[in-house]
Design a protein around this ligand. Structure first.
Ligand code: FES
Ligand SMILES: [Fe+2]
Length: 365
């Protein structure tokens, strides 16, 4: 499959941004071995509850810290001490900053200076472990996105759908944001209005229309916060839901995808019935999303798009995406060039209903 350089992305191979690396509940079951951005990582939760992500390979003899489950200290659940982790081979211990803080047979004196692992900034956000990944190693340029409904007890918290891996570059997932003309053929919901907006590291799509099958008005405001996290507020008739679609590069041209949806309970706290209803709403949203997903599973790489005048602004969307593969210091140039609203020939802009609908979106944790 096509890789970053084929799409003219670079100089970095992997984009800067916030990405999901696991569901929080997975980490509660013990340390994990994960691979993203062409690298292997050890992911675990410290005893304080803090998630930690370190480069996987121990500087002593290159053992993967969390990939083997047969070592005695792993089987006996003794690998984690405080927020530190011990290597399963000879028991060297590393802190959440990656620094070696104990060698069981140490001979006194300081630990070797090179006894250190790369550490990465991770946080629990909306039931997901999210990493700030930056090939230049800089701190987060913006906060991870968070829906305020996540902390509102009248909303049912999601559990992620783990959709697995796609042999496709994530730029082809991003294309959906500009893709007004697939809504009819792929989803059976052609739109009456459509627009895109670029706002620095945020890329917005607003669309809607009366759904042919149900006769009800469907409107959505969908926004990427950086290259890996899509959130969408949707209303169908009088039901409002939020959807999450997340992508994280595994290797160049290969990506992992998750999906989820939030729905509101009838009362102040969710009953079993509300939880069941929310799970059904998520399943319905997944069913609609599966139409895109199965196309991505089977398509070739659209390194070039045979653009038509009434196609959406694919190339502008891809240009917005390129900022995350470029040097961090150049981000401002992309924002200056791209910020603003875009319309497609013959597609009306959204009306006032949508402005009210998204009044307080794009909030960040
Ligand atoms: S390889 Fe990790 S402690 Fe020896
Ligand atoms: Fe779609």
């Amino acid at each position: 499959m096509a890789q970053a350089k084929d799409y003219g992305l670079g100089p970095h191979t992997y984009p800067r941004g916030w990405f999901i690396v696991a569901e929080s509940s997975e980490l509660d079951r013990g340390p994990m071995a994960v691979r993203f951005f062409g690298q292997d990582f050890a992911l675990y939760r410290g005893e304080s509850g803090r998630p930690v992500m370190l480069d996987a390979y121990c500087p002593h003899m290159q053992t993967h810290l969390t990939a083997s489950d047969s070592a005695t200290i792993v089987k006996e659940g003794k690998q984690i001490e405080g927020d530190s982790i011990r290597c399963p081979y000879h028991g060297w211990r590393f802190g959440p900053d990656g620094q070696c803080d104990d060698i069981p047979y140490h001979d006194g004196g300081p630990f070797p200076r090179s006894a250190k692992l790369g550490c990465h900034h991770v946080e629990d956000v909306m039931g997901c472990v999210m990493v700030w990944y930056d090939p230049e190693g800089k701190p987060p340029a913006y906060p991870a996105p968070k829906l305020k409904e996540w902390d509102d007890p009248s909303w049912v918290r999601w559990e992620l759908d783990h959709l697995g891996e796609l042999n496709l570059h994530p730029i082809e997932i991003l294309d959906n944001m500009a893709d007004a003309q697939h809504l009819g053929p792929t989803h059976g919901a052609p739109c009456e209005f459509f627009e895109n907006e670029f706002r620095d590291h945020v890329y917005i799509q607003r669309q809607g229309g009366v759904h042919a099958g149900y006769g009800a008005l469907l409107i959505s405001s969908t926004w990427y916060t950086g290259p890996g996290l899509l959130l969408s507020k949707q209303s169908f008739g009088d039901v409002v839901t939020y959807e999450l679609i997340a992508n994280t590069p595994i290797d160049d041209g290969k990506v992992k995808v998750w999906h989820a949806a939030l729905a509101q309970a009838k009362g102040d706290t969710p009953t079993d019935e509300d939880i069941e209803m929310a799970r059904q709403i998520q399943a319905g949203a997944l069913d609609a999303f599966s139409s895109d997903f199965s196309i991505w599973q089977n398509k070739g790489s659209a390194v070039r798009i045979l653009q038509q005048p009434k196609d959406g602004p694919f190339s502008k969307g891809r240009r917005w995406y390129k900022q995350f593969y470029d040097l961090a210091e150049k981000a401002g140039e992309y924002h200056k060039e791209l910020n603003g609203v875009l319309h497609i020939k013959d597609f009306p802009a959204p009306d006032e209903r949508l402005r009210d609908f998204e009044a307080d979106l794009f909030t960040e944790a």
